[in-house]
Design a protein around this ligand. Structure first.
Ligand code: NAD
Ligand code: DAU
Length: 364
């Protein structure tokens, strides 16, 4: 077995942050398996071009023979599984890809990992890990006074995305329980930071506000998320990989519950400060309340006591420092933004927002 790891989905938002952090902080090689769907972007990894410790493989996690061949060829000490369809709104308009990638893809990886792991010599067998990156959305929704999600909160997924992630979590659990595969699962709250595709709340609002476009807030804007800066999520995953107990799940969160309208106000105020524009005026004036997301979960909150007391992990950014760093990153990377806002991106914006905003406001 080698010191290398396989990362799936390492050209996406969290995966690419993870790969960059991994290469910067370890001596070990990484094999990055990514299908480059609309959400995957090779451009997130240009700083690793020519680096012999980064092997990029374009391919689908549902392709069993490809996955098996990567285990054979690279003899990894771990697989870190990020690849997924990840956007709740897309899971509402087109759930098929979510079941395929999130459920069947995870199953394919588990099968290949199990076959590889079973043949390893005893010492290597003990060292191998399958780390599954999951979400707090599997726990469903909280009322205003409910305690935060813990690792023992019952699963109650509400969107096709959350249900497909719950299905994958259950498969991972079963492969540990039935076959003894050395698995670890992390369930994390909402991430934000560099390289996030601008279909998600924070980058969408940053870019629309910058350009003076409407800011579409679903429902009453009082839904709550627990925001975590992406680099803190990556350090949590590395911590769980090295020190997590086999078969366990670890909740990861930012201890930063904020409602959506607070998040949007913060972005507006930061842009007014960093890029004042007399023609736009106060960006808060761009806020437009639109038709709600069907089945919209009201509140997520993570109790991260287990990872903190057992493994000593804590986030280093708070929401205020992280959101300022994120807005600044987008302002400094407008080339990256322009490249990914391709035809396919425009089609999504039309599909999701045309009815909500009206064709006229959409093209503002
Ligand atoms: P993302 O959508 O930005 O990236 C997903 C990546 O997976 C892309 O690079 C895409 O090309 C790749 N991919 C998709 N289908 C594939 C397939 N069939 N084969 C190979 N590659 C494929 O997602 P993200 O936000 O970076 O999320 C990464 C993981 O973290 C997901 O498993 C997600 O459920 C989980 N998660 C995300 C958040 C969040 O706030 N974004 C929070 C908690 C957990
Ligand atoms: O909780 C973890 C999850 O966080 C991850 O598992 C998902 O992959 C990730 O996409 C994210 O899901 P959310 O649905 O919470 O994120 P999103 O950015 O889509 O929305 C955040 C909140 O903002 C949510 O309450 C819906 C709202 N929203 C979103 C968009 C895109 C709006 O009000 N307007 C919008 O245009």
């Amino acid at each position: 077995m080698n010191d290398c790891v396989i990362v799936t989905g390492g050209a996406g938002f969290i995966g690419s942050n993870f790969v960059l952090q991994w290469v910067a902080n370890t001596e070990s090689e990484v094999v990055n398996l990514d299908a480059l769907t609309y959400a995957g972007n090779r451009g997130n990894l240009t700083s690793l071009d020519g680096n012999p410790r980064h092997n990029f493989v374009r391919g689908d996690i549902c392709d069993a023979s490809l996955v098996a061949s990567l285990f054979e060829r690279f003899q990894p000490r771990a697989i870190l599984h990020f690849a997924a369809e990840s956007h709740v709104d897309r899971s509402i308009t087109g759930p098929d890809a979510f079941v395929q990638t999130n459920v069947f893809g995870t199953f394919t990886l588990l099968q290949a990992a199990k076959q590889y792991w079973e043949k390893l010599p005893a010492g290597d067998k003990e060292r191998f890990r399958f780390l599954h990156v999951s979400t707090d959305e599997v726990y469903g929704t909280l009322g205003p006074d409910d305690p935060a999600f813990s690792e023992t909160t019952p699963y109650a997924p509400n969107s096709p995305y959350a249900a497909s992630k719950a299905g994958s979590d259950h498969l991972v659990r079963a492969y540990h329980h039935t076959y003894g595969l050395p698995t670890l699962t992390t369930n994390c709250s909402n991430n934000y930071g560099p390289f996030q595709f601008p279909e998600k709340l924070i980058p969408l609002m940053i870019l629309n506000a910058l350009e003076g476009k409407p800011l579409p807030v679903y429902g009453d804007g009082l839904n709550i998320r627990d925001w975590l800066f992406v680099e803190d999520h990556c350090t949590a995953i590395r911590t769980v990989l090295e020190r997590g107990r086999l078969g366990e799940t670890y909740n990861v969160g930012g201890n930063s519950e904020r409602n959506n309208i607070h998040v949007v106000h913060t972005i507006c105020d930061l842009l007014d400060e960093l890029r004042p524009d007399a023609a736009i005026g106060s960006r808060r004036g761009l806020i437009t309340y639109v038709k709600d997301r069907p089945g919209h979960d009201r509140r997520y909150a993570i109790n991260a006591d287990k990872i903190s007391t057992e493994l000593g992990w804590k986030p280093s950014e708070n929401f205020e420092s992280g959101i300022r760093a994120t807005v600044t990153w987008y302002l400094e990377h407008l080339d990256w933004v322009n490249e990914i806002r391709s035809g396919a991106y425009q089609q999504w914006i039309e599909l999701n927002y045309k009815e909500r905003l009206g064709a006229e406001r959409l093209s503002l």
